[in-house]
Design a protein around this ligand. Structure first.
Ligand code: NAD
Length: 695
């Protein structure tokens, strides 16, 4: 018998315990062990009932995803669950930790389910672009009705024990002594003559005639573009329409379709990439980390306030510094208002608001930074100002305190040189709004110590961000690629496309919005000011004024002025086409003597996306990003790249690098420009028939 599952008779109950740390994943050995122990329990005359549970920290928390994509090994989970369901002894699943995916499906094969209060159940397969494929879509709707099952299965979110009891997923919340409570529960069932409860014998009744239709309508908005949630709906529908065995067959077909889909490949890639990204190549995982018990923030503007909230939310006190009292008061008031709004929505209490505010110390004096472990600078984007700030920080902060900058465009190596401790300096590039956006580009300078990198990556996780380590270059990874796409989008409009057409192509690919809706949201003035400064300074590399800059020069800054590339109506953020903006575009075309042409959607897609892929390849060549997966995660968490396409570089691999390389070469020939010069890495991989992720 395998060690992964054990059987023991206790107080008249046969206890089957899964012991496969860390999460009791349902790999082959566990599946085989579950079957063997069931047979043992059935043969054991002393056992009046059976309990199945997990050792260590959890009930089985899902399939062993390392087995994905490999030939299936017997016994399959569905057969094991069938055996539990059809056993002639009553079985109780006793849940602690998280009964997820195959774990909950196993529990659904039992007659009764109990859980400790802190336990949770869920079917998260949808998050990997899949559906529960071991009967979950057939049993859950039979147990709790289609509406509840649809919510659990299409969201993939875990349900805490008390709520699960309310929904009918579990039968009782038991005390914390899992094993003895479960045995007592099973013995009581037997004593009470409780009936067997095979879910396969139950009927799934739709709550209303339109439950599936209505649910799908809601999903169109929430899960636009995703395949798996809609397949989940189809599978649950089968539980209502088909007998149990036929329903299982339908579930299997739908599962297979998803398993072979590009979307699930992409979502599984993202799942692994998200874990992988935390490991920085070259930085040993045992590198010591510095203790961060308090944080200083310079600047209480748009970014500073949001950055502060991230630390406060996890109980780390912050000191925020401003130059003038009114700016400080304003910044602190915004933080308070944000928390009060969260409280109004019922997500935190008013007490929590006060507790959090008590962790914020406003100051005008650098001396208050003398004890902090980390300072994050978020002042104006000017090298002069940063020089002054970092010089002062270096003087006042204790030895070993780390100094980070939130700059978007300035050279982190130069900033580090303003201090006597460049090894302690790093970029922490938050995205706006900083308390909401999950991405944190952690910029490693030439001299940054491994220990500082490891600490910054660690603290990113502690504050709930996905930290990605990148190197120093203009725009780092995300914005460097974004700028290429933006320039291409602007050119496409100059050549004859409309902003709406360009935006629609990118939106239809799965982004939350197109490039122009995005620039209206971010504010056209931001980029315009930077370019204008460069033009005024006579920078030979300065971009000439294009139609987008002309809109900004006219005071059309986007949503904040109710007009940018589009126009906006009071209280409505929907971009509407604006003839006034079109006139500016038309005038620019005339000025440039452009003969407009019809631009195809395919060309828009290729130019906007392939230019980013080519730039991403250059970023990899230069070592600015260590792996293609780092770029993927940056685009998913920083820019809303559709998860089901796996990130920019994964998407490129799915399209095929040979195809992309060919088009890049062609654009280089037709349009010229450095951005279209094929990256050597792209060329090599295309010739070798490889992808960015096969290296
Ligand atoms: P902001 O103008 O809203 O805030 C800057 C604040 O810093 C102001 O309140 C100013 O009074 C204060 N300040 C200036 N000098 C100071 C000093 N010596 N000591 C203390 N406070 C000082 O700017 P922001 O949008 O918050 O940007 C801050 C930094 O974050 C910039 O480097 C910017 O490039 C970067 N950034 C901004 C965004 C964004 O979307 N806004 C995104 C990522 C990074």
């Amino acid at each position: 018998m395998s060690d992964a599952v054990s059987y023991q008779l206790k107080d008249g109950v046969g206890v089957i315990t899964v012991n496969n740390p860390p999460v009791n994943a349902l790999g082959q050995a566990v599946r085989a062990g579950l079957k063997e122990c069931l047979d043992k329990g059935l043969a054991d005359a002393g056992a009046q009932a059976l309990v199945v549970m997990g050792a260590g920290r959890t009930f089985p928390a899902g399939a062993d995803i390392r087995e994905f994509g490999k030939p299936p090994q017997d016994p399959n989970l569905g057969d094991v669950i069938d055996a539990y369901e059809n056993s002639d002894k009553l079985v109780v699943a006793a849940i602690h930790g998280t009964a997820l995916g195959g774990g909950l499906e196993l529990a659904l094969g039992c007659d009764y389910r109990v859980a400790v209060k802190s336990g949770a159940v869920g079917l998260p397969e949808v998050k990997l672009g899949l559906l529960p494929g071991a009967g979950g879509t057939q049993r859950l709707p039979r147990l709790i009705g289609p509406q509840g099952a649809l919510e659990v299965i299409t969201s993939g979110n875990p349900v805490k024990a008390p709520k699960a009891k309310e929904m009918g997923i579990i039968d009782a919340v038991i005390g914390d002594d899992l094993e003895s409570e479960a045995i007592a529960y099973a013995n009581k069932l037997v004593a009470d003559g409780a009936p067997r409860r095979r879910i396969c014998d139950m009927e799934a009744k739709a709550e209303s005639a339109t439950v599936f239709e209505d649910f799908e309508k809601g999903l169109q908005k929430k899960a636009r573009g995703f395949l798996a949630p809609f397949h989940c709906v189809k599978a649950v529908n089968a539980a209502v329409e088909l007998p149990f065995r036929d329903g299982l067959k339908r579930e299997r077909e739908l599962f297979q379709e998803l398993m072979e889909s590009s979307q699930s490949r992409a979502q599984r890639h993202v799942f692994f990439a998200e874990r992988e990204v935390a490991k920085v190549p070259g930085v040993d995982k045992d590198t010591p980390k510095r203790d961060i018990k308090s944080v200083g923030i310079v600047g209480a503007g748009t970014m500073g306030g949001g950055i502060a909230m991230n630390f406060v939310n996890v109980g780390i006190p912050v000191v925020i510094k401003e130059v003038k009292q009114d700016a400080l008061d304003k910044g602190i008031a915004i933080i308070r208002k944000n928390y009060e709004n969260t409280a109004k929505k019922g997500r935190i209490s008013m007490d929590d608001v006060e507790k959090r505010m008590s962790l914020v110390t406003p100051t005008l004096d650098y001396d208050d930074f003398k004890d902090v472990d980390l300072v994050i600078e978020a002042v104006f984007e000017s090298m002069e100002v940063k020089k002054d700030v970092f010089g002062t920080l270096d003087r006042v902060c204790k030895p070993g305190a780390m100094l980070a900058t939130n700059t978007s465009t300035l050279d982190v190596n130069k900033i580090a040189e303003f201090t006597s401790r460049p090894q302690d300096v790093m970029g922490m590039h938050f995205f706006s709004p900083a308390n909401v956006m999950k991405l944190l580009e952690n910029v490693r300078g030439e001299k940054t110590a491994d220990e500082v990198v490891a600490t910054v990556m660690d603290i990113s996780k502690r504050i709930g961000k996905v930290g990605v380590c990148v190197g120093v270059c203009d725009g780092f990874v995300g914005n460097r690629m974004l700028h290429k796409r933006q320039a291409e989008a602007v050119d496409l409009v100059t050549e004859g496309a409309s902003p709406q057409q360009v935006d629609k192509v990118i939106y239809d690919l799965g982004f939350p919005m197109g490039p122009f809706a995005m620039s209206d949201l971010a504010g056209l003035d931001v980029g315009y000011r930077i370019r204008e400064e460069r033009r005024k300074a006579g920078d030979p590399d300065a971009q000439e004024m294009n139609w987008l800059d002309k809109l900004a020069a006219d005071g059309r800054y986007g949503q904040k002025t109710m007009a940018g590339v589009y126009r906006y109506e009071e209280g409505d953020r929907t971009p509407k086409p604006d003839p006034e903006a079109d006139k500016v575009i038309e005038a620019y075309r005339k000025e440039k003597e452009v003969t407009t042409r019809e631009v195809s959607d395919q060309e828009i897609l290729e130019r906007c996306m392939y230019v980013m892929v080519n730039e991403g390849a250059k970023i990899l060549e230069e070592g600015i990003a260590a792996r293609a997966l780092d770029i993927d995660i940056i685009w998913i968490y920083g820019y809303g790249f559709p998860v089901y396409r796996g990130g920019t570089m994964f998407w490129a691999d799915e399209v095929g690098l040979k195809e992309i390389h060919g088009r890049v070469q062609q654009f280089h020939k037709d349009l010229g420009g450095d951005q279209w010069k094929p990256a050597a890495l792209l060329e090599r991989l295309a010739n070798e028939g490889k992808g960015f992720h096969d290296q």
